[in-house]
Structures are given as C-alpha cells and as structure tokens.
Design a protein around this ligand. Structure first.
Ligand code: ZN
Length: 458
C-alpha cells in the first residue's frame, strides 16, 4: 500500500491541489483526499490521467522517418507508395524482431505519458504466409513487449481476408490473411488465450477495413458483438478507398457501415477522414467513436477530418499514433487543432457550449473515448477501484511553474513536451521517472540489434 501526494491532480471537474492518492498492493486507487500536510511520498508534479493511444501498428515503428527520402522526384509518392514500403518491412519480420521493435516503441510511448495502447494487429502468419503453431504467436510477442515496457495493451487481432473490394489477396498480404470467418474466430480465440492471466492485457475485435473483408462477413462479425470487447475498423482514410467503395457498394464506406450494422459506443472507426455531413452526423448519433491519428494522417497526406461538423453533432473521438512518426500525445492534439484552425481561421476547435477550456476539453475527450477503445470505459479520471495510471508533469518547468491552475491544462497541451515530464505511472508503479524507464537498457540493446539485422535504417 502506498500514498502519493501530488501538487495537483486533474479531475473531470478541474485541478485538485495537494491530492493524496492512496493505493492498494495492486496499484488500484483506495481513496483520494485533499490534505494540508502531504502523506506518503510527495510528488512535486501535476498528474493527468495516463494518455490512451487508441491506434497502433507496432512494427511500423521500425520505418518511422524512412519514407521521406525521395530518390526519384518524378515519381508520385503518396499513401499507396508508402504502403508498398511498409509491406516490404512486414514481409521480413520474425516474431523475435517484432517483439524487440514493439518493446522499444511501447517503452517510448510510456516515456511520453501513454499508459495504454490499442494494437491494431494484422501481421499474423509466418514469412511464407503459414499460420504459426500458436496462431497468436505474433500477438503474444506484442503482449510480452508491452509487459517489458510497462504499458497496458488492448490487442485487437484484425480480420483481413482480401486485397480489395471483391479482389483476392495479393502475395504481399500473405501474412495478414484469415480466409474465412471461422479462421478469424480461431485467431481471436488463440489471442484470448494469450492474455489470460496477463493483467496488463485484454482483447478487442477488429476488421482491417471494408476493402479487406467480404461484406457478408463484416455484417456477421458486427452482429456477433455483445459489447464485451471493443470493435475497431479502419475507414475512409483515403479518397481512393471511397471511390472503390462507391464503385462496389454504390455507397460511401461509413454510410455503408451505418446502413448495414448497428454501430454503438463500442465501435471505434479509425481515421474516418473523409466524411460527408450525413456520415458525420450518423457516427455521432450512433454513439460510435472516431480514432484520429493526426501525425500519421498528416505524414501520409490523408486529408483533414471534418472536425467541426462532427463536434457540432456531439461526436466522440480519441487519438492514436498509428505509424508512430510522432509519439507525443500533446502534439497529436495540437496537430489536430491547428489543422482545423488553418482551414476555419478560428481558434475554437475544442471549445464546446459547456466549456471554453480548449486543452482541458481535448484531454477529457481523448481520454474518455480512449478508455472505451481499450474496452475499459471509465467516467472519472481517477476513482476508487480503478488502477492508478497517470502522466506526471514537472511542477518546476518554467512555463508550468508560473502557470495558475486555471491556465495549466492549456499550458500543457499547447506548450509542453516530453522534457517537461516527471514520469509515467501504471498501476501505481513508475514505469518511467526522471528519464529512467524500466528494462530500458535491454530494450534498447535488442532494438539496435534488430535494426542492424533488418538493415532498413541504413
Ligand atoms: Zn492504421
């Protein structure tokens, strides 16, 4: 049992000064009280609920920053050429290499204040496309990697069946494929076995995208959902995907989904970049969530999400780092906000009728919807019975030290970076503190070795 007293702790009603958080032996919150004299360990820092990373493809971290060297300037480089480079990497990774890359990534996520990640996992089979003896071998590596890094993981094995609308898979997708819905359910079952007795891990259900699974199977998977696991799907990221969907279904992807399945707040639509007004309203009305990945969407040139229409309709959203070209959660919120400001010529992206506190509103929405993406929704940031997961910022950083509580959330969201962080707490334990992360040396050594083996960063 431990008690941490923070200079202040963020609640959904604002900052609470001298907040003493009492924990049980498992790191769950027993009580939170305000105290004049600090109890237990005093932390000269400001505690936010840990950031939720609602969309990750861990293996892509190995190619972060590599798709920018344009050797032939006459060639059009877009999402689809990036995807070719990504497939090249996906074809080569062994389970050991996957674990090493993921452990490095997750350690970096934790260092940036993320305490949970939803891993959108589709690299299932061996290099020849054959299932491993343990169907969920690669998933098991991701769960191990998260454990080493000290972060929670919601492993979402993806159903990936075909190469495009009505198209068979191509050779380069062979590691992703479940041919039938029965094959997918076997994979899901094997994944559930992997997380048994792993308190840091749980499982979600996923369909890679409407182009990757036959429509009758999309409907069947969605009809089988009972709310016990979160459901994730990529949708409407690319204009070509919308054209292909219109050609095949005679409907835009989100419209097709809304018309054919019963979406609810258990649904997490990743990207949803290109929405018409009906679709934005339809998602919001269903209670479903959108997962926005601003640094990756910007890097890939996807487009800008219709934030204004979606917000006005009351839509929920979280953030994810997807290809991991950026890992700072505050930067994700800023890129999202600034993209909107640049097109609206206004500075009120996150302002709602209830609150004009932009930074606080963004933190709250990303966290609440992010918790749902992990399959463990919480109403309150910190409450008795919940594990104590927090991102803690230094009270001594110059801009933070001089900000009043009234200005603190915005000072963090609009001006802080990882150098302002004191550390990250998961289940009451510091997984990163003052620059030192758990298992860091071994994680870095393994990662460097694997990068040499792969030769991709040379
Ligand atoms: Zn993705």
């Amino acid at each position: 049992m431990a008690t941490y007293t923070f200079k202040a702790l963020l609640t959904e009603n604002g900052w609470v000064e001298n907040a003493a958080v009492q924990l049980d032996a498992q790191g769950n919150i027993l009580s939170i009280s305000q105290t004049a004299s600090p109890q237990g360990e005093y932390i000269n820092g400001y505690a936010l609920p840990g950031f939720q990373n609602a969309h990750s493809h861990a293996f892509q971290y190995a190619m972060a920053g590599l798709a920018e060297l344009h050797t032939n300037t006459g060639v059009q480089d877009d999402f689809w050429s990036w995807r070719n480079a990504m497939y090249g990497l996906a074809l080569t990774l062994s389970p050991e290499q996957m674990e090493a890359v993921a452990a490095m990534l997750y350690s970096e996520m934790a260092r940036h204040g993320y305490t949970a990640v939803a891993e959108f996992h589709y690299l299932h089979h061996d290099k020849d496309g054959k299932p491993y003896a343990n169907l969920a071998e690669m998933g098991q590596r991701l769960v191990s990697a998260a454990k080493r890094a000290g972060i929670r993981i919601t492993l979402v094995p993806m159903f990936y069946q075909q190469g495009g609308f009505g198209q068979p898979p191509v050779e380069r997708q062979k590691r992703f494929i479940s041919q039938t819905i029965e094959d997918y359910y076997k994979l899901l079952e094997a994944t559930q076995k992997v997380v048994e007795k792993q308190p840091h891990a749980n499982v979600g259900v996923g369909i890679h995208s409407l182009r990757a699974v036959k429509p009758e199977d999309v409907i069947s998977v969605c009809n089988s959902l009972d709310g016990s696991m979160p459901f994730h799907i990529h949708v409407s990221e690319q204009l070509k995907e919308i054209e292909d969907c219109l050609a095949f279904h005679n409907k835009r992807p989100v419209q097709w989904l809304l018309d054919n399945v019963k979406a609810d707040d258990n649904y997490h639509l990743v990207h949803a970049t290109h929405l018409d007004e009906n679709e934005a309203n339809g998602i919001a009305k269903s209670g479903a969530n959108v997962v926005l990945c601003p640094s990756t969407e910007g890097n890939l040139g996807d487009g800008l999400f219709s934030f204004e229409a979606y917000k006005n309709a009351g839509g929920n959203w979280s953030i994810g780092t997807d290809s991991h070209v950026g890992l700072n959660p505050l930067e994700e919120l800023r890129i999202l906000d600034y993209g909107q400001r640049l097109i609206s010529h206004k500075r009120t992206t996150f302002v709602t009728p209830q609150s004009g506190d932009s930074g606080f509103n963004a933190l709250k929405m990303a966290w609440q919807s992010g918790r749902k993406a992990m399959g463990a929704p919480h109403v309150q940031f910190f409450a008795p019975g919940q594990p104590f997961d927090a991102a803690v910022f230094k009270a001594t950083s110059p801009l933070i030290a001089t900000a009043s509580l009234r200005n603190l959330s915005n000072t963090l969201v609009y001006s802080a970076d990882v150098s302002d962080m004191l550390g990250t707490v998961v289940s009451g334990k510091w997984v990163n503190k003052e620059g030192a992360s758990i298992n860091r040396e071994a994680i870095v050594a393994d990662f460097v070795k694997v990068m040499k083996e792969l030769g991709t960063r040379v």
